[in-house]
Ligand binder design. Structure first.
Ligand SMILES: Cc1ncc(COP(=O)(O)O)c(C=O)c1O
Length: 374
């Protein structure tokens, strides 16, 4: 048996004719950038997330960059985030000449540890403009505590919701838990395009208007530039494809949740507790399982074994950001963030896409149990 980490072919087969018809309509219309599909998608995604406004941009990375610009983050300002995330979170901060300041993660959820944020701001909060909590793997960070702390110190909260559209925190959806939120439509995401794409959601009308201006070179009236912005427009083909897919998003998320529960049960039955820790979902959180990530003993050997028996897996992420070469200038040393460094050595993402079959999941768990039984 072969089980890929992600196989989008089943999803594509199901929506192929609908998707291609919408793409064809865009091609026939001759209108390719920021048209009615983009504005339609912006309204639909904002409503889906429980936010007032959506601003379509070229990628999740650009969503972060623009959200930081709209938060008035400038060269030399500090922005807090965790070192256990995709590079874009901290990369966007650095791209603006701002300083990424890291705090460690909660080892149970892999998300920003609110106590660490509080301690950092208490000790050295000067110059901190914003915090970017990441809703990693599909589960929201502890937003009530993060928002409370951010309010106390007067800093802005930008959600990195790239992996978590549809996730809930105390009944509220990712995308409406901070001042702004950044979504990615990269093809592997739960709402994935047929190329790159992203969106920022917000309840703040002024911020939304400024973001619309910033994404077109800081221009409100064509060829008149109020600020130096960027070129980060969402195109009509992406938006049309994403509008088709958005209709299925809840059903796909439900499929992921069902598959996660099946893995949990299979691991429990296999008595895997000695060598594998399945994901922990915090009380009040509903994960959409963009990834199903276990902690595993002898992770790298297990991964090689899984590969040899046809099971795909991935490490999100093998090197915490404070130890990346490009961030050497920040001066962090090995050991600075023990929970992130430990996670980087232990995590392994398993196939979790909605079309995955029960027999395939059983094969994955049997293969893992087989590895530890050797
Ligand atoms: C946590 C996180 N932040 C940001 C991004 C950046 O999104 P994109 O790849 O659309 O630029 C991603 C996805 O790749 C991500 O997983």
């Amino acid at each position: 048996m072969k089980v890929q980490l992600l196989d989008l072919s089943g999803q594509y087969r199901k929506i192929r004719s609908e998707l291609l018809a919408e793409v064809k309509k865009v091609c026939d219309s001759g209108h390719f950038i920021l048209g009615k599909n983009v504005s339609g998608l912006e309204a639909e995604v904002a409503a889906y997330c429980g936010a007032k406004y959506g601003i379509g941009v070229a990628s999740g990375t650009d969503a972060l960059l623009l959200a930081l610009m709209a938060a008035d983050v400038k060269s030399g300002d500090k922005v807090v985030t965790t070192p256990f995330t995709f590079f874009a979170t901290a990369g966007s901060i650095a791209r603006l000449g701002a300083v990424p300041v890291f705090v460690d993660i909660d080892p149970a959820t892999f998300n920003l540890d609110p106590d660490a944020l509080d301690a950092l701001l208490k000790k050295s909060g000067r110059g901190v403009k914003a915090v970017i909590p990441i809703h990693l793997y599909g589960q929201c960070a502890d937003m009530a505590r993060i928002n409370r702390t951010a309010k106390k110190y007067g800093i802005k909260v930008i959600e990195d919701a790239a992996q978590s559209i549809g996730a809930e925190y105390n009944g509220v959806r990712a995308g409406s838990l901070g001042q702004t939120a950044c979504l990615s439509f990269y093809p592997t995401k739960n709402l994935g395009g047929i190329g790159d794409g992203g969106m920022i959601t917000t309840d703040n009308e002024k911020v939304a208007e400024r973001l619309r201006m910033l994404r077109v070179h800081g221009s409100r009236v064509r060829y008149y530039h109020d600020e130096v912005g960027v070129n980060s427009r969402l195109d009509e083909i992406q938006a049309a494809a994403l509008r088709v897919k958005l209709k299925y998003l809840d059903a796909w998320a439900a499929g992921r949740v069902k598959n996660a529960a099946r893995y949990d049960a299979l691991f429990a039955k296999a008595g895997a507790g000695r060598f594998v820790t399945p994901p922990f979902i915090a009380p009040g959180c509903c994960s959409v399982y963009n990834q199903y990530v276990i902690r595993a003993k002898d992770r790298d050997a297990l991964r090689a074994h899984l590969s040899s028996v046809g099971v795909g897996s991935e490490i999100y992420y093998p090197v915490p950001l404070h130890l990346q070469k490009c961030f050497k200038y920040l001066g962090y040393k090995k050991g600075a963030f023990p929970a992130s460094e430990k996670a980087a050595k232990e995590v392994l993402a398993l196939p979790i896409y909605p079309e995955l079959k029960p027999a395939e999941q059983k094969y994955v768990v049997d293969s893992i149990a087989g590895f530890y039984a050797r």
